[in-house]
Design a binder for this molecule. Structure first.
Ligand SMILES: Nc1ncnc2c1ncn2[C@@H]1O[C@H](COP(=O)(O)OP(=O)(O)O)[C@@H](O)[C@H]1O
Ligand SMILES: [Mg+2]
Length: 251
């Protein structure tokens, strides 16, 4: 089978029976997840629920103690981040700010080149991505010196440079103002629309999750406590108890 056929046939990224332990504590316990091409899946839950760990496992950064990661029927368990990227799985990190002493443009160009693209094609791709994520006006600036909201967009532009089929985002709107997260949401909807890829988004902003996601999976203490449409999970008593009630009480 040629690489092109495999790419076209990629339909779902799945975790099955995943278990991760840190010093006796279960970060994940028998967690399953299926993310299908074309959908936006939200991942919510209280701090320490295991959301980042789940993203780490799905992107190959954390080998599970038990369970499997399967991308369109291909077992990727324990194969590492590079194999996941090759299979079409890209991710951004929670709270990453520094991108080395490169300009914004160089950051995106390096990410494009890393996919094996020729320099001219990588430059063209970079122009398009800078425009798409509204970074063209700051293209020549040091990435380190960018304001927070733009740094988040740069992280996403870099991940998108590899043309992922599955894009995993760890709290992309954290720390953004309301208008910044609104424009980020529009960008994410466009990414899905134009590339027909799948997004898995960890996010605390319920307002954003409810409008962005087709389905939402809720984790609590390393376990899945609910999966469904945004309206279904919002009305689920277990979710209200574990998460929404707690957030409402704090608000
Ligand atoms: N590298 C690590 N070493 C030890 N414990 C960890 C590590 N990563 C995560 N944990 C623990 O695993 C649990 C789940 O963490 P995490 O996946 O980061 O949760 P979330 O992203 O939902 O806030 C937490 O109790 C956290 O302290
Ligand atoms: Mg986290």
């Amino acid at each position: 089978m040629s690489a092109r056929v495999e790419e076209k046939d990629l339909q779902s990224l799945a975790g099955e029976g995943l278990e991760v332990r840190f010093e006796g504590l279960y970060a994940l316990q028998d967690v399953g997840l299926t993310a299908t091409k074309g959908e936006i899946l939200g991942l919510i839950g209280p701090n320490g629920a295991g959301k980042t760990t789940l993203l780490n496992v799905l992107s190959g950064f954390q080998p599970p103690r038990r369970g499997r990661v399967v991308c369109d029927g291909r077992d990727l368990t324990g194969s590492g981040p590079r194999a996941h990227v090759k299979a079409g799985v890209a991710r951004t990190f929670q709270g990453v700010r520094a991108f080395g002493r490169l300009t914004v443009r160089e950051n995106v160009e390096v990410a494009s080149l890393a996919t094996g693209m020729r320099p001219l094609a990588a430059r063209r791709r970079t122009d398009l991505l800078l425009a798409e994520f509204e970074l063209d006006e700051v293209a020549g600036r040091d990435a380190e010196a960018l304001p927070y909201g733009m740094t988040r967009r740069l992280g996403i532009a870099r991940a998108v440079a590899g043309d992922p089929v599955f894009l995993l985002l760890d709290e992309p709107a954290a720390g953004l103002s309301e208008s910044e997260s609104e424009s980020l949401m529009q960008m994410l909807l466009r990414v899905r629309q134009e590339r027909a890829c799948c997004l898995v988004v960890i996010e605390h902003d319920m307002h954003l999750i409810m409008r962005l996601c087709d389905r939402v999976q809720v984790l609590d203490q390393g376990r899945t406590i609910a999966v469904g449409t945004p309206a279904e999970v919002q009305a689920d008593p277990r979710v209200v108890d574990a998460y929404l009630g707690e957030r409402a009480a704090r608000a």
